[in-house]
Design a protein around this ligand. Structure first.
Ligand code: FMN
Length: 310
């Protein structure tokens, strides 16, 4: 883990109440998800001019300073009084993009994407998305692994009535009703990746919800290549789960991810130092990515491919 992230996490552990800590840590288990990234081995290039390393990209029409996004996580008011407003400010200052959780403690503001759970009440689901769209959200991230809350989660969180009857048809429905691109979050398999594309997904997020939904899921570092290979470059594939350093990001990009999302590190950063903490976390990861890309002989994201991995 990047030392800055470790410092932010330990500071957050000092300041957060026990029940909030337990909520954040639910499902994160034995470190297997982080370990899966760390077990990958790199094959760097030699003698490439890496005087200038550029980590910028364009993702679904949005220019971004780096491929490190803020993943959707709920209830930021539990972490900091300025809640999602502070997270968004930190992300903006770092040139990143924030995916707002549908369970955010503040209404969507500024720029970014909106994460949606399909609720039993489809009209209410749509109204959430239209409000976010009208406030500036430029894409939807439909979380597909949450027909109901997972066993790892405890506490007074069941305030939204999520739909166990959500299907692939909800992808096209949301895209048509909102006019926004819809990415599907929670994909871990080739067949599901192809089904989502056929149903109109504009992108996929390989995710196991940090272990908070079904337990014993495959680490995302292991699921990512299967999904990337199925998609064959037709839409961007993003990934989250246990990404804690520039090396982890580099490995994800080498396996074919267009970008990564970080969840818990941003929550720790917010709790430890508000917007400034979030900015430092995201900048720290981006700078670390540029540093290790240079060491691997890569000047731009286009230079990063699977040949970098053993
Ligand atoms: C406290 C907490 C709340 C979360 N809330 C949401 C949510 O509202 N919507 C969602 O799609 N994922 C949610 N997630 C899952 C994250 O988006 C992400 O998939 C997961 O945390 C793995 O990334 P990480 O290892 O960087 O934390 C949440 C995760 C945590 C830890």
């Amino acid at each position: 883990m990047l030392p800055l992230l470790a410092a932010q996490e330990s500071r957050a552990r000092e300041v957060l109440p026990t029940e909030v800590l337990a909520w954040v840590l639910d499902g994160s288990g034995d470190g297997a998800f982080e370990g899966a990234w760390r077990s990958l081995r790199l094959r760097p290039h030699v003698l490439r001019d890496v005087t200038s390393v550029d980590v910028a990209l364009d993702l679904l029409g949005t220019p971004l300073g780096s491929p490190i996004l803020v993943g959707p996580t709920a209830f930021h008011d539990r972490l900091h009084p300025a809640a999602e407003s502070a997270t968004a400010a930190g992300a903006r200052a770092a040139g990143s993009l924030m995916v707002w959780s549908m369970r955010a403690s503040r209404p969507f503001e500024g720029t970014g994407w909106w994460q949606v759970y399909v609720l039993r009440n489809r009209q209410a689901t749509l109204e959430h998305c239209l409000r976010a769209r009208d406030a500036g959200a430029s894409a939807l991230v439909l979380t597909g692994d949450t027909p109901y809350l997972g066993t790892a989660r405890r506490g007074p969180l069941d305030d939204l009535d999520q739909a166990p009857d959500a299907t692939l048809d909800d992808i096209g429905w949301l895209a048509a009703e909102t006019g926004l691109p819809v990415l599907v979050k929670g994909v871990l398999r080739r067949d599901d990746a192809l089904d989502c594309l056929r149903a109109g997904a504009a992108g996929l997020v390989v995710s196991n919800h940090g272990g908070r939904q079904l337990s014993r899921t495959v680490p995302t570092a292991e699921a990512l290549p299967e999904v990337v290979d199925a998609v064959e470059g037709r839409v961007p594939v993003l990934v989250d789960g246990g990404i804690r350093s520039g090396l982890d990001v580099l490995c994800a990009l080498a396996l074919g991810a267009s970008a990564v999302l970080v969840g818990k590190p941003v929550m720790w950063a917010l709790a430890s130092d508000g917007a400034a903490g979030v900015e430092a976390c995201l900048r720290g990861l981006s700078d670390d990515l540029a540093f290790v890309m240079g060491l691997a002989g890569c000047c731009s994201l286009a230079d990063v491919d699977r040949s970098l991995l053993a």
